[in-house]
Design a protein around this ligand. Structure first.
Ligand code: IPM
Ligand code: MN
Length: 367
């Protein structure tokens, strides 16, 4: 029987709430199928910062390295500045472990309403591949002449050949596994004349190596319009760190709610543990109310199962999510329901434990 060591970091806000829901579902699916998650929880995040002056201990990466995967809640606090919380935890893990591929599926769940007309929305089946280690989030820059009239601040976007090539190759490989085999490169090389031009050049070079993958290129501003007006023209999308960040929120809104948007921060080499987390963040406004949508965390858990090689568990979790969405009886407020986090979690567990669960019913959900 497979056993997987999982480091669970709930973090801030609703992070711990949705993470616990996800862990319940992961446990249930593992039991159903016959493997085991050995979960260790780490109380890192903003409360830890208030007590210890840092978001996590110095040797956090050393500790985490001993795990097969990291299951993450959220980070972000009303009192502590975002750059402290984010740079002190999530980005340290992503950069420290080389989790350079951020994968964010956006698929229309049955029964969920999109703000788009149905004939457009029912075509949405995308995977956003966001560069996760450099670009606009490289942390390169600085400020000087603080407080003076001539004060300046610079954030440099960093694009390295190694960094660009590995993320684009990852996206090509992913596109190759899908029925559409279509990869769209998001760029802004008309305005950003260096990094984004390198980005485009490497994309064109790689395209030669993948003749079976259909490719095209779109400016990031035009990409927003295309996602809304012609969603079926997209399949796998590769974008820089910031472009991927922005477009993935749009994608989540188009498939009904940020509350269902899942992600994996992957080290494709497998040398380090990958980290799986909902996209939505800490949502301080609804902390403790018990109404956070657990689907994004559960879906991220399904991605973790898939990454660990437990493909059947992954499909079963996603099928259960789809089943509950389709029934449209127990859903949280963001999806138009009145259910609590606990109600939805229970409904999903009930569904995934059903022997007659339609596993094919939603096999389109990518992970
Ligand atoms: C995300 C989030 C983060 C990001 C925030 C919390 C800095 O929006 O994961 O998409 O921009 O990367
Ligand atoms: Mn974001």
């Amino acid at each position: 029987m497979g056993k997987y060591k999982i480091a669970a970091i709930g973090g801030d806000g609703i992070g711990p709430e949705v993470m616990e829901s996800g862990l319940k579902c992961l446990d249930a699916v593992a039991k159903y199928i016959g493997f085991e998650f050995l979960v260790e929880r780490f109380p890192w995040g903003s409360d830890y910062y208030r007590a210890h002056g840092q978001m996590m201990p110095e040797n956090a990466l050393e500790i985490l390295h001993g795990f097969d995967s990291i299951y993450f809640g959220a980070v972000g606090d009303n009192e502590i500045p975002d750059d402290v919380t984010l740079w002190g935890l999530r980005l340290v893990i992503c950069q420290g472990f080389g989790l350079y591929a951020n994968v964010r599926p956006a698929v229309m769940l049955p029964g969920v309403r999109s703000p788009l007309r149905e004939e457009l929305s029912n075509k949405i089946n995308w995977v956003m591949v966001r560069e996760n280690s450099e670009g606009e989030y490289a942390g390169v820059g600085g400020r000087s002449h603080r407080g003076f009239a001539e004060e300046i601040a610079i954030d440099a976007s960093l694009f390295s050949r190694v960094g660009v090539e590995r993320i684009q190759r990852f996206a090509f490989d992913l596109a190759r596994t899908r029925s559409e085999k279509h990869l769209t490169c998001v760029t802004k090389s008309n305005a950003q004349r260096f990094g984004m031009v390198l980005w485009d050049e490497i994309f064109a070079q790689l395209a030669q190596e993948y003749p079976d993958v259909k490719t095209d290129k779109v400016l990031v501003d035009a990409a927003t319009a295309r996602m809304v007006l012609n969603p079926s023209s997209l399949d796998v999308i590769v974008a820089s760190n910031l472009h991927g960040d922005i477009l993935s929120d749009l994608a989540a809104a188009l498939v009904g709610s940020l509350g269902i948007a899942a992600s994996g921060n992957l080290d494709p080499s497998g040398n380090n543990p990958s980290m799986f987390e909902p996209v939505h963040g800490s949502a301080p406004d609804i902390v403790g109310a018990g109404i956070a949508n657990p689907i994004a965390a559960i879906w991220s858990g399904a991605m973790m199962c898939s990454h660990l090689g437990e493909k059947v568990a992954s499909s079963r979790l996603l099928a259960a999510v789809a089943e509950v969405a389709k029934a449209n009886e127990v859903l949280t407020r963001d999806l138009g329901g009145a259910g609590t986090t606990e109600d939805v979690t229970k409904a999903i567990i009930d569904a995934l434990e059903r022997d007659d669960l339609d596993l094919e019913g939603f096999n389109r959900i990518g992970s």
